[in-house]
Design a binder for this molecule. Sequence first.
Ligand code: FAD
Length: 279
Amino acid sequence: MKPAPFGYLRPESVAEACEALARHGEEARILAGGQSLGAMLNMRLVRPALLVDINRLDTLSKIEVTNEAVITGAMVRQADALADARIRNNVPLLSMALPHVGHYQTRNRGTLGGSVAHADPSAEIPLVLATLGGEVELKSARRTRRVRAGDFFRSALVTARAPEEVITELHWPAAAQRTRYAFEEFSVRGGDYAIVAVACALDEERRSVRFGFGGCGEAPQVVELGYDSEAIAQIAADAAGKIECRADLQASTAYRRNLAVVLARRVLTAASMRQAVSA
Ligand code: FAD
């Protein structure tokens, strides 16, 4: 199929993109990497009157490292993030997850901001942002605001973003000293969306572990528990026991729950055996 007719605007600035969204509201859609929106347009799942193409807005492609966080512009391509040493060194969990996002072809066009805006419940990038307690920066013609990832993802493909808002930045908390990370997922084929994905941040000093579960519920689910190196299997089972697990064509609730337990145990074991992030 082909998209329903739409208008096209290629703004010269974020401000111009915001003005277009303010004028057209729900009738306008941002076009980023097009790796999700393209299919939705072709299947006529969305029929925007106007596409606002932000691919030429270079200010949205920056990567900045501060003492507290790595700040990525919404248009940072997934492939560029995967290849970037600043992200590998400061947000290792994102680097671990990115190879699971689609295929290298889709990662060359797909963006970090687009994945967060699209908010597929199985998507890895939103899962990492939520697990790390990151934030989403949104701009409109009226204001700029930041929303914690835990409050941003509401349900499948539904977020806290208002129709007139552009996602401009993602704030990834920098890797804390002596924290160890691991990521695993299970999908039918490499490059498919995960049936279940689990991210783990093990904080040795605080003897606590944060699990992020993707693909289980309507949005990323984060569970934080105490850590005891002698009780890894029990901690994994307790964490997976606290989350919602939906049933769909791909998996029953019981199957997803079991996958969540197994993957949580694997990532906690892997994180416990990994070198802590050096200062
Ligand atoms: P687009 O497709 O351009 O936009 C997606 C949605 O977000 C649209 O509604 C758009 O209006 C909105 N949007 C985009 N950017 C902004 C912004 N800055 N502000 C406000 N709204 C915005 N993803 C995974 O996570 N895991 C996978 O395993 C996976 N496998 C894939 C396999 C294939 C074959 C394909 C084609 C895609 C796959 N994807 C997967 C999706 C891919 O990662 C997309 O790149 C991502 O979901 C959307 O990013 P995008 O830049 O392409 O956004």
